[in-house]
Design a binder for this molecule. Structure first.
Ligand SMILES: NC(=O)c1ccc[n+]([C@@H]2O[C@H](COP(=O)([O-])OP(=O)(O)OC[C@H]3O[C@@H](n4cnc5c(N)ncnc54)[C@H](O)[C@@H]3O)[C@@H](O)[C@H]2O)c1
Length: 325
């Protein structure tokens, strides 16, 4: 028996990349899956219904159960319809994986209002809207007496949580917001048996990451592929399974590595009885140790910030700004 036998799962953006792998894995583990995806381009424009339908066909051909939904997560009524599709087709909804995502790689000075709004809409508003309608259904069911394990799995990113990536103003802001919502929703929804966690995939080979250096390299035949987009699927399934004890957690997944993230947390402090003068603050605050965003980026790229590291990273940022200015 699969680990998700009898579970009904709605996965947004399940037509491609990480979401597609999650849908296939969930179905193999026995879940009935709503494959949501309007099949848009990387920047969120356009649309192609065949994207979601082909994943459904793949699941059904392998003996699983799935239904396509082509709604856009940024559409309030679309979010409501996705939840309704699960309940009407399969009788209930146990799991939501908020995975849909787009990207607009732009520097702060070049980002337009439309670009910022589009990225925030898909990641942040989309996760909020789908969670909101699912949570309403779950609260109603709880009030009617149902005592069922429900699971919400959000999708964040190292960009926004661990390392600042240049050209990611809107994406990083949205992803940090999703991690913050995860902890708020874990507290709010726990009373109706809903656990809320968040995945933070890292270096998964999809169309969003094809330009990341080294990403197009393939492992030798038969060797483990740490960049395969399927890496997140078993972690999402673990979080989705009835009986998983985790809630309010953000897990980074890179290949076979799964890491528990520690969020913003209290650090060194200075204190005084009464108001500081600016001069006093300068004297006290400047003695404290600080995180260096250059060092965070260097670590994310796989090394520590050595002697010439800062200059190398500065040059990399300048080149990226020149390209996407
Ligand atoms: N690939 C990585 O290494 C990586 C790293 C960190 C986070 N992520 C996150 O993982 C998620 C999946 O990304 P991916 O790399 O598989 O990208 P992808 O482009 O391969 O897949 C994303 C899917 O989301 C769909 N989508 C876009 N807008 C939508 C909308 N408004 N409503 C419903 N569906 C929509 C797209 O049509 C697409 O099929 C995203 O949230 C992304 O930010 C990916």
């Amino acid at each position: 028996m699969g680990t998700l036998e009898g579970r009904v799962a709605l996965i947004t953006g399940a037509g491609r990349g990480i979401g597609r792998e999650e849908a296939l894995f969930f179905a193999k583990e026995g879940a009935k899956v709503v494959v949501n995806d309007p099949g848009v381009e990387i920047d969120g424009t356009g649309g192609d219904g065949a994207v979601a339908h082909s994943v459904v066909e793949e699941i059904v051909a392998a003996g699983g159960q799935a239904v396509a939904n082509l709604d856009d997560v940024t559409d309030w009524h679309g979010a409501e319809r996705m939840v309704a599709t699960a309940v009407e087709t399969f009788g209930d909804l146990h799991v939501v994986v908020n995975n849909a995502g787009i990207e607009r790689v732009r520097s702060l000075v070049a980002t337009s209002e439309e670009e910022f709004d589009a990225v925030i809409a898909v990641h942040l508003k989309g996760s909020f809207a789908v969670s909101r309608f699912a949570a309403r259904h779950w609260r109603e069911q709880y009030d009617l007496g149902a005592r069922v394990d429900r699971s919400l799995v959000n999708t964040a990113s190292g960009s926004g949580l661990l390392n600042p990536l240049p050209l990611h103003t809107s994406y990083a802001a949205a992803k940090a917001g999703i991690a913050a919502m995860t902890t708020v929703h874990a507290l709010e929804l726990g009373g109706y048996g809903v656990r809320v966690n968040c995945l933070s995939p890292s270096m998964a080979r999809t169309r969003l990451t094809m330009e990341v250096p080294g990403m197009s390299e393939r492992p030798a035949p038969g060797a483990f592929d740490p960049f395969h987009p399927a890496a997140s699927a078993p972690v999402a399934a673990y979080l989705a399974a009835a009986g998983c004890p985790l809630t309010g957690q953000v897990l980074t997944v890179r290949g076979g590595d799964v890491m528990v993230n520690k969020g913003w947390s209290p650090g060194p402090r200075v204190a005084k009885e009464g108001l500081w003068t600016v001069g006093e603050l300068a004297a006290e605050l400047e003695r404290l140790p600080y995180d260096d965003p250059f060092d965070r980026l260097a670590q994310a790229l796989g090394g520590a910030l050595g002697g010439e590291g800062r200059e190398r990273i500065r040059a990399m940022i300048d080149a990226a700004l020149a390209e996407h200015g």
